[in-house]
Design a protein. Structure first.
Length: 293
């Protein structure tokens, strides 16, 4: 059993390891994302055929995921001396069913909120770029769809995988959940500096729910499914505005007219009360399905 001084050293080392991993993952991932964006823009305007451009932008959209997961693996193996299974990257017997269940739960809740906004006249469907300009719209959709999956996996591996596991062992599950959820919330400011406070609050609460699902199931399949199901309707299906700008990468494209405090305005439903309602619906559904909260 560790004495008080040794236990404190273990905690300090754990926190420093997590901080170093998050910093390295962000620096390298940010460079990969900028390179990805640059290549995507050039590819969209290239004279190549449609199929080739779609494949290129989809492959490039995986670059931030690849390099960030590589950084996380290095820290996991050579700094923390852990296996990937210890951070939730493990093939459990029902991993596909678990992933599908949590993804379907979040996707249903997100779709329900959009439908409510549409019925109330707050969200209006418009012709998508895939219809008005398919030469650019289809590659944009492929890029956005791939990035929705890759970005969701990336954040879960780094935060709910590595960081949550290390901090949970060092400082307990409550501290680990609060810290990783706070980092998850604040990290959105790195790509969009004018987010509404409610967006940050909803992101924090989502982090708590996703982190709890990781601890409750022992693997990352549940939070990855939850994250993808949460993002997919907004980004790739309904094409709701994001980060203050229109979203041209969806199957549809929607305009938001209602009160921004409720709808999130140009920052997706996560920036408003609809996002809070969506979170409540997800938590309720998971509790009914047997995940206690």
């Amino acid at each position: 059993m560790l004495d008080r001084g040794d236990a404190l050293n273990v905690q300090i080392n754990a926190w420093l390891t997590v901080a170093a991993c998050l910093g390295a993952a962000w620096l390298i991932g940010d460079r990969a994302y900028k390179l990805c964006r640059s290549i995507t823009y050039r590819t969209m305007d290239s004279p190549d055929g449609l199929a080739r451009r779609c494949l290129t932008v989809s492959a490039v959209a995986c670059l931030p995921l690849i390099v960030t997961c590589a950084v996380t693996c290095v820290f996991c193996w050579y700094v923390a001396h852990r296996s990937l299974a210890s951070i939730g990257l493990i093939l459990i017997p029902d991993y596909s069913a678990q992933f599908g269940l949590f993804a379907a739960t979040a996707l249903s809740a997100a779709t329900l909120c959009v439908v409510v906004g549409y019925l109330l006249g707050w969200i209006r469907a418009m012709p998508s770029r895939m219809r008005t300009d398919p030469s650019r719209g289809i590659p944009a959709f492929c890029s956005g769809l791939t990035y929705t999956f890759a970005g969701s996996i990336l954040e879960e591996v780094v935060l709910r995988g590595f960081a949550l596991s290390i901090l949970c062992d060092a400082s307990g599950p409550v501290a680990a959940l609060l810290v990783t959820s706070g980092v998850f919330s604040i990290s959105h400011l790195l790509s969009c500096k004018k987010l509404p406070p409610l967006y940050l609050a909803n992101a924090f609460l989502f982090g708590v729910v996703a982190g709890y699902c990781r601890l409750a199931t022992g693997a990352l399949w549940a939070p990855i499914g939850l994250h993808i199901g949460w993002n997919l309707p907004t980004t790739s299906v309904f094409g709701l505005p994001m980060c203050g700008s229109p979203n041209h990468r969806g199957l549809m494209e929607c305009e938001v007219r209602g009160p921004s405090l409720v709808t999130g305005g140009a920052y997706s439903p996560s920036g408003g009360a609809l996002g809070s309602l969506e979170l409540g619906a997800v938590a309720l559904a998971l509790a009914v399905l047997g995940v206690p909260f």
